[in-house]
Design a binder for this molecule. Structure first.
Ligand code: HEM
Ligand SMILES: *[C@@H]1O[C@H](CO)[C@@H](O)[C@H](O)[C@H]1NC(C)=O
Ligand SMILES: *[C@@H]1O[C@H](CO)[C@@H](O)[C@H](O)[C@H]1NC(C)=O
Length: 512
């Protein structure tokens, strides 16, 4: 009797369970369909490219010329058009300065449909937070980017660059082109760790850094892919797929790395002498600020908050500059006349010194214009997303209700031919002071704009100037025509096949 009772109740249970799952599934689908309808109706007055019945525009975006496809859509559909990643996730894609201003001069929150894909990895740090907590963290961390804090970093940038250049000196001897992206990435990570996390002699091991670096590239690849693949949007389903599991493994590696950075510093702070040293230092670094921070009522940041900020800065602070430096060097190889002019400028400023000082940075005007022009054509962050917290009215009379999703296509914005005549031409003079005045303030936004702009932009510009100036002094860069880069957005702008360049060593040898 007992077994029949059990088997009976088990089969009943099974029946119930499948019934419940079916109902939940049905309700979920209904919710998605209603939302899709709402998003679509809000964009009624915006015509756009035809959508695939299942994939939306994802198939076109994922092709190797996906970025330029959007530029051609921008010509076809002035101001804005709907952009669908699958059937349920639809954005108004914008790329016209006045449209961008209407949204980005306000502080609307990030689109959680996109940024939630980061949560498992970077948690709720500055990039993802919104509302009062974002404001509190932003206020707390802003002093970490004060001019007095940034000044001594110039020496760190130079030191890390010299390590990179010595490595390249060996590779250059082999007389073959090689991928610079990966080496630049290690250098940028090293720099960031030294500046903001005070990595010193007792630094983390090389192999750990390397694993971290590989994990981050994988995480950016997987996140971009997830964003574009509707079948991966649901957390539960994603974690069951091989890609989802790979994502979780990479997260684990990244978190181990972060935990170690935090633990090392906490241990150091326990040491009385170290503590005294820290209090004597005129300015705290980023990690000091996080660990010492108290709010008005004297409450510390929680461990979860600290880890989220460290993970956020770790990612935002090295991958973006890596992309910026690598594409800049590619531009220099592509346009040797500009390369030569930058080099002459740097030689004139530095003379016989082989290092850069803070005061030199302001004098590198041509180099700076070339960096900006390369940011225009190869924006390190090509696309960002928002969700409207209140309705917005655009210049041409069209509008969007609260709750709508916005995709700002920085890549297409930077190719608007009214603002940038002959947009594909590399012309640094576009950024001469005379040509800058009068230009629409939202026509160029590699660092985004408004209240949610990049907190690290000054840090980034300084780093890029120091690194590229020293690179140009030491090497001549040229293309490998058989391996031209293929642009591919992966949260940051990467190249599908790396960035392969030929390097020719100039007269200054290592250690000179
Ligand atoms: C070339 C280098 C860089 C570029 C192009 C860049 C670009 C951007 C962009 C476009 C955003 C807005 C993101 C969004 O709306 O989703 C952003 C935000 C942010 N960036 Fe950067 N970034 C760079 C370097 C850095 C560095 C070096 C750091 C830190 C050391 C950093 C830290 C951050 C943080 C924390 C945010 C979020 C700010 C907030 O929402 O309050 N970035 N960056
Ligand atoms: C470029 O910007 C101008 C001026 O803001 C605007 O009138 C034009 O429609 C834009 N072009 C595209 C393709 O968005
Ligand atoms: C402004 O830009 C144009 C076109 O790029 C260029 O020919 C001109 O020399 C620039 N003006 C200055 C003052 O740099």
């Amino acid at each position: 009797m007992v077994p029949t009772f059990f088997s009976l109740s088990f089969s009943r249970l099974g029946l119930w369970a499948s019934g419940v799952i079916l109902v939940i599934g049905f309700l979920k689908l209904l919710r998605l369909l209603l939302r899709k309808q709402k998003l679509a109706r809000a964009m009624d007055s915006f015509p756009g490219p035809p959508t695939h019945w299942l994939f939306g525009h994802a198939l076109e975006i994922q092709q190797t010329d996906g970025l330029d496809k959007v530029v051609s859509w921008a010509h076809q559909f002035p101001y804005a058009h709907p952009l669908w990643f699958g059937q349920f996730l639809g954005f108004l894609n914008i790329y016209e300065p006045d449209y961008v201003k209407a949204v980005y001069s306000r502080g609307d929150p990030k689109a959680s449909d996109v940024y939630d894909f980061f949560l498992q990895w970077i948690g709720r740090g500055l990039l993802v937070l919104h509302g009062p907590k974002w404001y509190q963290h932003r206020k707390l961390l802003t002093p970490g980017f004060h001019y007095d804090v940034l000044k001594p970093y110039v020496a760190v940038f130079a030191e890390c660059t010299h390590d990179l250049l010595d490595k390249w000196e060996k590779k250059a001897h082999e007389d073959k082109s090689f991928d610079i992206f990966c080496d630049v990435g290690h250098m940028a990570l090293d720099t960031l760790m030294k500046c903001t996390f005070g990595k010193g002699e007792k630094g983390l091991s090389q192999s750990r850094d390397n694993n971290y670096y590989l994990a981050v590239s994988d995480l950016t690849l997987l996140t971009q892919q997830r964003l574009e693949s509707f079948q991966y949007h649901n957390d539960f389903i994603y974690w069951l797929t091989p890609h989802g599991r790979r994502f979780l493994r990479a997260c684990q590696i990244a978190h181990d790395h972060t935990d170690q950075v935090i633990r090392k510093r906490k241990e150091a702070l326990k040491d009385e002498k170290e503590r005294e040293k820290m209090q004597k230092r005129k300015h705290l670094d980023f990690l000091d600020i996080l660990l010492e921070a108290r709010d008005e009522s004297g409450l510390r940041l929680s461990d979860t908050d600290i880890r989220a900020e460290v993970d956020t800065f770790m990612f935002e602070g090295h991958d973006t500059t890596t992309s910026g430096i690598s594409w800049f060097l590619y531009c220099m190889a592509l346009y040797p006349e500009h390369q030569q002019r930058c080099r002459e400028e740097v030689r004139e400023i530095l003379g016989d010194k082989d290092s850069v000082q803070w005061d030199d940075l302001g004098k590198m005007t041509y180099l700076t214009m070339c960096i900006k022009e390369s940011f225009r054509l190869y924006p390190p962050v090509p696309q960002v997303y928002r969700q409207l917290s209140k309705p917005v009215n655009f210049v041409d009379g069209r509008s969007l209700p609260a709750g709508s999703l916005i995709s700002l296509h920085i890549y297409a914005l930077h190719r608007n031919s009214t603002v940038w005549p002959d947009p594909e031409v590399f012309d640094p003079l576009r950024f001469s002071p005379e040509n800058m005045s009068g230009r629409h303030p939202f026509a160029f936004m590699p660092f985004s704009a408004g209240p949610r702009n990049c907190i690290g932009q000054q840090f980034a510009m300084n780093e890029i100037k120091v690194v590229t100036a020293l690179c140009l002094l030491r090497f001549e860069f040229s293309l490998d025509p058989s391996r031209l880069p293929i642009k591919m957005p992966q949260l940051i702008l990467r190249s599908k096949n790396g960035i392969h360049l030929h390097l020719k060593s100039l007269s200054r040898g290592p250690g000179k």
